[in-house]
Design a protein around this ligand. Sequence first.
Ligand SMILES: Nc1nc2c(ncn2[C@@H]2O[C@H](COP(=O)(O)OP(=O)(O)O)[C@@H](O)[C@H]2O)c(=O)[nH]1
Ligand SMILES: [Mg+2]
Length: 244
Amino acid sequence: MIFFVVPAYNEELNISRLIKETDSFLKKIKTEYHLIIIDDGSRDKTSDIVRKFSDSLPVTLIGYQPNQGVQEAFRRGFQMALVASKNADVIVTMEADGTADWEILPIFLKKIDEGYDVVVASYYAKGGRVDGTVWHRKVLSRAGNLFTRVFLPIKGVNTYSSFYRIYKPAALRAVLESYGDFYTEKGFSCVVELLYRLHRMGFRIAEVPMVLQGARRVGKSKMKVIQTISGYLRIGARARFKKN
Ligand SMILES: Nc1nc2c(ncn2[C@@H]2O[C@H](COP(=O)(O)OP(=O)(O)O)[C@@H](O)[C@H]2O)c(=O)[nH]1
Ligand SMILES: [Mg+2]
C-alpha cells in the first residue's frame, strides 16, 4: 500500500488533475493507495474539489483554517499515514501542482526493495534538471543546493529540497521518537531538516534524477523566499555548532 501525503494550498487549478493522475497511475501499476491531501487554510475551492473525489476514490481530506505553512501540512499528513501504515507500506510525498513525474514512482519502489529507507527526486543529480522556471528561482534553488551540499553533506544526495520522496514508515517513526517531531523549521526548509535528521540517524538515502517541468503547474509558486533562506541558515548552523 502506498500512502500519498500531499500538501495543497490554493491549488484549485491543479488538484483535480493530481487526484486523477494518482488514481490512473496506481491502477496502471496495480497498487493499492491512499491519497491524503492536506488543505492548509486555502482561500479557494481546493477542499471542495477534494471532497468531491473522496466519495468514490481512496482520497482523504485534512482541512483546517487558517494557513499555517507546509510544515504543519506534512506533520498532519505524516501522522495520519503513520497511524494507518504497516512497516511493509511506503509513504510518498509530492507537490499538488502536477510537477511530479509519475515514471519515477516505480524507481522509488525499486530502491526501497533494494534496502533504501528514503529516496528523493533530484534535480541536481546527473540527468536531472529544472525546466520552465523563472531565472531568479533557479538561482535561489542552486544557491540553496550548494549551501546544503557544503554544510549538510549527505553522500550520494545532490538535492535536499524536493517534496517528491518516498519514505519507509519506520524511518519517519524513528525520527519522531528520537526528536519528538519531524523537524523544527517552518515552511519549505522543513523537508531539508527532515532529510538531514534521517541521515544523522543512519538511514540509507538514495536519489533518482528528475527533470522538474515547471510549465506543468498552473498558478504561482507559494514558496516564501526569506523564510526558506533563513531556515537553511539555521539548519546549517545547528548542524555545525550544536550537532543535532
Ligand atoms: N498545505 C500547504 N501546502 C503548501 C503551502 N505552501 C505551499 N504548499 C504546497 O506545497 C507544494 C509546493 O509549493 P509550490 O508553490 O509549487 O512551490 P515551488 O514548486 O517551490 O514553486 C504545492 O503542492 C503547494 O500547494 C502551505 O502553506 N500549506
Ligand atoms: Mg511546485
